[in-house]
Ligand binder design. Structure first.
Ligand code: FAD
Ligand code: NAI
Length: 468
């Protein structure tokens, strides 16, 4: 069979690239090594983690907030197998959705492991070893990423787990040690903390979510401590020893070698980052070599060193985010057709789906300082907002960073209820290069959380916040 484009990998990068290619009239195939479509995001990432985050949040609110709202419950208990079952059903519904989209767009789905025979020839190896080869004019590599687990952490998938296994636990653990205070550690750590697990987070650096603005790190840590999570910053894990029913984790202080901490826990969740996945892809047959971090090098058109072979998503440089992968999928399809698409990488928002949520776009205060860009900050706390008081979600703040001379919005950082949805306003305004004053003169419905954004913009334009 001869294709215009073959996509390897059906995650959010791959399947969106395939749809856009098909929409533009290209004869398209997509290869997936698992029996279901959707990749990490849909099967063991974004979607199942958010399903468990929502379920555990409902439980936590029922246990700790409903009473104040005047709703009394008796005999409240967690049914974790049911939570996991619902999560699996959500995933399956989404699997069917992607399958439908492939059919609707007349994309050939080829199940099996894809590998290059040559630049224009791809082999698909099925589960029982049967093979098939296709000819293709172009290839889009979208093979994603896998968790990083050092060998000395003794990853056994039973007691020492990654996010994949953490989405399948069927009995609420009494103790969990999370290695890494990044996005996965905090999202999945908070799922179990809400259900009653004692969660210890060990983080090598001096703050959690270290890539985000330091005010976000501080605010989020305060809230998560309120949930009972314990943080051990500037500690590095030295030993992870699993047994049949427990795991012993030891960590050493980075400041004082003689200071160690040790826990006996039900689980140790390793969440120290992810690495690009290119195993057995036969890149050497196509003439592609990886960079020092195992990523596929690409130019500004997301094309590899081999003309006609492109790579997108987690397997290339940049943030490992589903929406970044999707943008790149559309970008490559349109580039192939001779269009001139553009991705504004600095305006790809980052969100942490804890409660409160954290959402961020543009430059952090630390980055602006480092770049020597003159800026003025404007902050507004949610607790000063009528809407936040009405719904008892008082934690967090909005911080807007605007250019000191031009007033252009350079960064928006939110910790608080509905931050994940609110950040879209910051993205839209920054795409159109709005000033903080522009934003502060837009009418924001009352009472809504978005008023906190308007107030932060007012604060950035000369201390004009009205409600604080
Ligand atoms: P992937 O989604 O990893 O898909 C790659 C696909 O390629 C896989 O299906 C794989 O089986 C297939 N494949 C690999 N090699 C081959 C081969 N040789 N032949 C055939 N098929 C192959 N991001 C967000 O934006 N928001 C979130 O809320 C979020 N939550 C997350 C939660 C967790 C627990 C995790 C682990 C990740 C989360 N992410 C989130 C990150 C997000 O999942 C990734 O950034 C995204 O999935 C990357 O998309 P991708 O298409 O590049 O690769
Ligand atoms: P991460 O990069 O977000 O965080 C890893 C943390 O582990 C860092 O803070 C790092 O300093 C720390 N660390 C590394 N080695 C350590 C050690 N030995 N001991 C203690 N701490 C150590 O990586 P994470 O959380 O694994 O997530 C991987 C990727 O998945 C992220 O890059 C993110 O883009 C994506 N993701 C996105 C989500 C979202 O958008 N909501 C949700 C989950 C994952």
């Amino acid at each position: 069979m001869q294709y215009d484009v073959t996509v390897i990998g059906s995650g959010p990068g791959g399947y969106v690239a395939a749809i856009r290619c098909a929409q533009l009239g290209l004869k398209t195939a997509i290869i997936e090594r698992y029996p279901v479509l959707g990749g990490t995001c849909l099967n063991v990432g974004c979607i199942p983690s958010k399903a468990l985050l929502d379920s555990s949040e409902h439980y936590h609110n029922a246990a700790h907030k409903f009473g104040t709202h005047g709703i009394d419950l008796k005999d409240l208990k967690v049914n974790l197998p049911q939570m996991i079952k619902r999560k699996n059903e959500v995933v399956q519904e989404n699997n069917k959705g992607v399958e439908f989209l492939m059919k609707k767009n007349k994309i050939d789905v080829l199940y099996g492991h894809g590998s290059f025979v040559s630049k224009n020839r791809v082999k698909i190896t099925g589960k029982s070893g049967e093979t098939k080869e296709i000819e293709t004019q172009r290839v889009i590599i979208a093979t994603g990423s896998k968790p990083i687990v050092p060998a000395n952490f003794n990853y056994d998938k039973q007691r020492v787990i990654t996010s994949t296994e953490a989405l399948q636990i069927e009995k609420v653990p009494s103790t969990m040690v999370v290695i890494g205070g990044g996005v996965i550690g905090l999202e999945l750590g908070s799922v179990y903390a809400r259900l009653g697990t004692k969660v210890h987070v060990v983080e090598y650096l001096d703050r959690i979510i270290a890539g985000m603005d330091s005010d976000c790190s501080r605010e989020l840590m305060k809230s998560l401590k309120g949930l009972g999570m314990e943080f051990h910053l500037r500690y590095g894990v030295t030993d992870v020893k699993p047994s049949k029913s427990k795991v012993t984790v030891t960590a050493k202080s980075r400041d004082d070698e003689s200071k160690t901490l040790s826990w006996d826990a039900d689980y140790c969740l390793v969440a120290i980052g992810r690495k690009p996945y290119t195993d057995n892809l036969g890149l050497e047959n196509a003439g592609i070599t990886l960079d020092e971090k195992g990523r596929i090098p690409v130019n500004e058109h997301l094309e590899t060193a081999v003309p006609g072979i492109y790579a997108i998503g987690d397997v290339v440089r940049g943030a490992m985010l589903a929406h970044k992968a999707e943008e790149e999928g559309v970008f490559v399809a349109e580039t192939i057709m001779g269009q001139k698409p553009h991705i504004h990488y600095n305006l790809i928002p980052g969100v942490v789906y804890t409660w409160p949520e954290v959402a961020s776009v543009g430059y952090t205060e630390e980055q602006l300082k480092e770049m020597g860009t003159p800026y003025k900050p404007g902050k507004f706390p949610f607790r000063a907002l009528g809407r936040a008081r009405a719904s008892m979600d008082l934690d967090g703040m909005v911080k807007v960073l605007a250019h000191k001379e031009t007033d252009e919005i350079l960064g928006v950082h939110i910790v608080g209820a509905r931050a994940a949805d609110m950040i879209a306003e910051g993205v839209a305004l920054m795409e159109f290069r709005a000033s903080a004053e522009d934003a502060s003169r837009m009418s924001h419905a009352h009472p809504t959380y978005t008023e906190a954004f308007k107030e932060a913009c007012l604060a950035a334009t000369g201390n004009r916040a009205l409600h604080v």
